[in-house]
Design a protein around this ligand. Structure first.
Ligand SMILES: C[S@@+](CC[C@H](N)C(=O)[O-])C[C@H]1O[C@@H](n2cnc3c(N)ncnc32)[C@H](O)[C@@H]1O
Length: 306
């Protein structure tokens, strides 16, 4: 039986189940795989598991999350033991204990507490209030991942990424500016629409026009990227259509039945889109030729048309 891919950080929107559809679009040679919107870093973990490259760069705007990644990769035994301690301490008093750890996290920003909160909170969904405090409620039906399984996942991920991974806490634009032509960028930005309506599902939203400008800059520099962007579930679509001028190839991945639809007794299958960049398409067609750079083709979209 193939070894299970470890996944220590529970994270809503994780691409762990889609990794098997995304990795086959990787070029043969990758210097560094870059995840500017890493979250639970599902694609980097899956790539390391399949030995797709030897260098990784993970980044997220959420500082405590990236401190958690530093702990998991560099001091795995220590954080696994702390998780075990917190998990046992909660037994018999789970609701109050969760509130206590949430308060401690908001005072100290200690990433060890964030791991416990993510394992216990509703839908593993990161929510902050306007003051920047973590305010997600606990899922009172669950105790959180068992410490034995958590330890296994933490040690396995550390073994995959230790000594090979740069960890950053920057805005994605700074990370994109560091990319080189032999690198591959995998981007999974916060959903368009969700943040625009003010729902704080992720730590921060991004400006749509600015994001399109960044994609165009990557094209002009001949950088390869894969972008997860929009999708559809039943009749509902999410995400704004991306301009054809960016020259990307859109592919739809069957992501299976959404848990929401199953709960409602419906049969809706979710399709998630990925976009392959121009330079990547060129590399896949002809791996021996260096990708071209392109002349500017894309004009920013008027905000009124979004
Ligand atoms: C859809 S989630 C990524 C999920 C990830 N692919 C996974 O498998 O877990 C989007 C992430 O982007 C991060 N983010 C939001 N705005 C950002 C920015 N300006 N720069 C970098 N990261 C950002 C959020 O904190 C969130 O973790």
């Amino acid at each position: 039986m193939p070894m299970k891919i470890p996944h220590p950080i529970p994270y809503q929107g994780s691409k762990r189940n889609l990794a098997k559809h995304i990795l086959p679009h990787f070029p043969k040679i990758i210097d560094t795989l870059i995840e500017p919107f890493a979250g639970s870093s599902a694609i980097s973990i899956a790539s390391a598991h399949k030995a797709k490259t030897g260098k990784y760069c993970i980044n997220d705007i959420n500082k405590a999350l990236m401190s958690l990644w530093t702990r998991i990769i560099n001091t795995p035994y220590e954080i696994a033991s702390i998780y075990e301690k917190l998990w046992h301490e909660q037994l018999g008093n789970r609701r109050e204990y969760y509130d206590f750890i949430r308060d401690e996290f908001n005072k100290t920003h200690n990433p060890d507490y964030l791991l416990y909160l993510l394992a216990r909170c509703v839908k593993a969904s990161v929510r902050y209030n306007a003051q920047g405090e973590f305010n997600q409620s606990p899922d009172n039906r669950r105790k959180g991942k068992h410490p034995r399984t958590m330890r296994k996942d933490i040690l396995a991920v550390s073994a995959l990424l230790w000594g090979k991974t740069q960890i950053h806490n920057l805005d994605y634009k700074e990370i994109l500016s560091m990319a080189k032509r032999d690198d591959l960028i995998y981007m999974d930005p916060p959903y368009q629409g969700v943040c625009a309506t003010g729902e704080p599902r992720y730590y921060s939203g991004i400006d749509f026009n600015e994001f399109l400008e960044e994609l165009e800059k990557l094209n002009l520099r001949g950088i390869s990227f894969i972008l997860s962007y929009d999708g559809k579930s039943g009749k509902k679509t999410y995400g704004v259509e991306l301009p054809k001028e960016l020259g990307m190839k859109k592919m739809e991945i069957n992501a299976g039945r959404s848990s929401q639809a199953t709960l409602l007794g419906r049969d809706d299958v979710t399709f998630e889109s990925i976009y392959l960049s121009r330079s990547l398409l060129q590399k896949l067609e002809n791996p021996s030729i260096a990708p071209q750079v392109y002349v500017r083709s894309y004009q920013p979209v008027q905000p009124s048309l979004l």
